[in-house]
Design a protein around this ligand. Structure first.
Ligand code: PRP
Ligand code: MN
Ligand code: MG
Length: 176
């Protein structure tokens, strides 16, 4: 698709958002012993790198990769684990770190999967939230920026694997 990109959220705005998110997360986990931050590959890597450096105390990081695809049997989607976390999460305070929540299917399935492993607590953090696109309800504890239903890229988020390296978030605008 022929397209161009237009800056939507600047590096400065992203930094301010991360400062605010980290303040809330640090307050929430002030008494946690060994927080485990779990990022969902690949979109969350840039956000994870910037967010984890703002979190205080003993913090560990791990990653999961999942792919979601349509299920003909019903309107929901199946989520397949491509890479699991290496850590044993039983008894741990776990914070899932996601770049974007759209339909909610990815976060919902990952949340259900990890809850079965008996973490001490489980919270969800997303940099961006597109509530208009939600298909399943997911309780998200920490939300950075709520955005309209736009096609966005950058800061880890791709369009056909491109643009993850953009330091800001941009809107994809189709050209004809
Ligand atoms: C994107 C995004 C979220 C997910 C949100 O990931 O990074 O993980 O989709 O969509 P949902 O709420 O409708 O499930 P994608 O599957 O494109 O993989 P990627 O992170 O490797 O780009
Ligand atoms: Mn993703
Ligand atoms: Mg993607």
């Amino acid at each position: 698709m022929k397209h161009t990109i237009e800056m939507m959220i600047s590096e400065q705005e992203i930094n301010n958002t991360l400062d605010q998110l980290a303040e809330r997360i640090n307050a929430h986990y002030a008494h946690s012993e060994r927080l485990l931050m779990v990022g969902l590959l690949k979109g969350s890597v840039v956000f994870m790198a910037d967010l984890c450096r703002r979190i205080k105390g003993h913090v560990e990081i791990d990653f999961m990769a999942v792919s979601s695809y349509g299920n003909n049997m019903n309107s929901s989607r199946d989520v397949k684990v491509l890479k699991d976390v290496q850590s044993d999460i039983a008894g741990r305070d776990v914070l899932i770190v996601e770049d974007l929540i759209d339909s909610g299917n990815t976060l919902n399935k990952v949340r259900e999967m990890l809850l079965l492993r008996d973490p001490k607590s489980l919270t969800l953090c997303t940099l961006l939230d597109k509530p208009e696109r939600r298909e399943v309800d997911v309780p998200v504890d920490f939300i950075g920026i709520t955005i309209p239903d736009e096609f966005i890229v950058g800061y880890g988020i791709d369009y056909a694997e491109q643009y993850r390296n953009l330091p800001y978030i941009a809107k994809v605008v189709p050209l004809d």
